[in-house]
Ligand binder design. Structure first.
Ligand SMILES: Cc1cc2nc3c(=O)[nH]c(=O)nc-3n(C[C@H](O)[C@H](O)[C@H](O)COP(=O)(O)OP(=O)(O)OC[C@H]3O[C@@H](n4cnc5c(N)ncnc54)[C@H](O)[C@@H]3O)c2cc1C
Length: 460
């Protein structure tokens, strides 16, 4: 239970300048920024090691005007990036909040490189849906696990105190609302108290709480949750207890391409480069290029809540550049076939329908016009034998709604005033996707983790 304790004479087992709740990308970025300023920081992480959704992610962070982009001669700017985010959320997110994140994430990435020796490069092989520039930054290993390891190493080098197996259960405040610290519990039931006049909520959203998902995102209540189970929604529960403003709780990142039943992510890059999705009738049902987030819902609407991603040899080779795809291959999720007939047989799809689907993609490519779903097919990227396929389902990756914050990442109350000493970043704060699944532009998750973590760490 996430509680609020009112105690005017709180004394704690340990006192720090700043307590950070959650050791994902947001918490560690905030910790490094606060530590750079000479503050005494404690990161409390409920799990036995640092992971969070960050380690489960592909680790791709969108940013414009970074040093990495300029090293690779990639042209981009804040205006184009902000416009891409706003176009995807159909102007439903707060443009000032979007701008705050866009303007800061590049500073955070450059600072992580320059000050904390975390190198980044930009993936420039293909564009993610909705991004008009190459701006997905990754550490050399191109995984979320490596990103978290590198952030953790940097934090250790700077003597940031990290305490795992420490689940924060209650925030402690005085009667007049001053932050005093928090109460936490160890797995053996031992209670510990931490005194701090500033607390940064970096404990992500509520994807790991079936009750909160059913309440705020009923359409995903029965869907597979693919994020970190430690994200139980304490930030919004504490916020509710303190009269904080909560925004866009129905917003989330879904994904329409999780290998089923293997449970491995199959990169959407292949869909952008010519792949298609068909249902058990062998028919397409959507514009795959709209984005993978809303595709979660589209796939879940199909018979048996599944679909097949159809690729070919060219895309198979491209997929092998991605660790997730290699994992899907090792898990034997990838099916190959020399001909379309053979593929239909292996997948149990009506051959005639599948053949018609591929023919209509080719016909559509010849016109150069969008098809009935709005997708424009590139004649150079039409699928050819031998074919490859993977059975997939839709999943909930993480929630995008959360606490409203100001320019310093301070949590705002419903009346618009800030709660002094309380900050939120990453998935604990409201994101930049608006209230719908379709508002999620690739990378909106780590965008707010790094940018708001950076802001909060500098503001405390
Ligand atoms: C499969 C997958 C792929 C993704 N790929 C991308 C991508 O490529 N790019 C992108 O931008 N986004 C991606 N995302 C989303 C991204 O992972 C998240 O938006 C981002 O990691 C959020 O960072 P965070 O630090 O806020 O949360 P997290 O990394 O989840 O960290 C929060 C931490 O808080 C801890 N915690 C929670 N409650 C408490 C408590 N009470 N006390 C102590 N600790 C607590 C949790 O255990 C957790 O470790 C992906 C998500 C998934 C699931």
């Amino acid at each position: 239970m996430a509680g609020i304790i009112i105690n005017n004479s709180f004394t704690a087992d340990i006192d720090v300048d700043c307590l950070i709740i959650g050791g994902g990308a947001a918490g560690l970025t905030a910790a490094l920024a606060a530590k750079d300023r000479g503050l005494d920081v404690l990161v409390a992480e409920r799990e036995d090691r640092l992971s969070g959704s960050t380690a489960l992610s592909s680790g791709l962070i969108p940013a414009a005007q970074t040093k990495a982009q300029s090293r690779q001669n990639l042209d981009d700017d804040y205006d184009v990036f902000s416009a891409d985010i706003m176009a995807k959320n159909k102007n439903k997110a707060d443009p000032d909040h979007v701008r705050r994140c866009v303007n800061t994430v590049s500073k955070a990435i450059d600072w992580l490189e320059d000050t904390h020796d975390i190198p980044f490069h930009v993936l420039d092989g293909f564009l993610y849906p909705g991004h008009n520039r190459y701006r997905m930054h990754a550490v050399p290993e191109v995984t979320g696990a490596a990103l978290i390891n590198r952030l953790e190493d940097a934090a250790i080098k700077r003597d940031v105190l990290i305490s795992c197996n420490l689940k924060v259960t209650d925030l402690v405040l005085t009667e007049d609302g001053q932050i005093k610290g928090a109460k936490a519990i160890r797995p053996d039931g031992t209670v510990e108290t931490i005194g701090a006049s500033a607390i940064i909520l970096a404990c992500n959203g509520y994807g790991g709480s079936p009750d909160l998902v059913a309440k705020h995102i009923p359409e995903m209540k029965d869907a597979l949750y693919f994020g970190h189970t430690g994200n139980q929604g304490e930030a919004i529960l504490w916020g509710e207890g303190l009269g904080a403003e909560l925004q866009h709780l129905s917003g989330y990142q879904g994904h329409g391409s999780v290998a089923h039943p293997h449970g491995v992510l199959v990169t959407w890059a292949l869909m952008m480069e010519g792949g298609i999705q068909v249902n058990l009738e062998g028919e397409r049902f959507s514009n795959e290029h709209e984005g993978y987030s809303e595709q979660a819902v589209n796939v879940l609407r199909q018979p048996e809540q599944t679909a097949f991603n159809i690729f070919d040899d060219r895309l198979l080779n491209m997929g092998r550049d991605f660790e997730d795809f290699r994992n899907a291959e090792s898990a034997k999720a990838i099916i190959t076939a020399d001909s379309l007939e053979d593929l239909s047989l292996k997948l149990g799809l009506p051959h005639e329908n599948l053949a018609k689907t591929l023919e209509s993609c080719a016909d559509q490519a010849a016109t150069g016009q969008p098809d009935a779903f709005g997708r424009v097919f590139d004649p150079d990227k039409l699928l050819k034998p031998p074919y490859t396929a993977v059975k997939v389902t839709g999943a909930l990756f993480h929630t995008q709604g959360g606490l409203a914050i100001d320019d310093d990442a301070r949590v705002l109350k419903k009346d618009g005033t800030a709660i002094e000493g309380l900050y939120a970043c990453g998935g604990a704060a409201c994101g930049v996707s608006g209230p719908d699944v379709s508002g999620y532009l690739s990378g909106n998750g780590l965008l707010t983790a790094l940018s708001l973590g950076f802001i909060a760490g500098h503001a405390v």
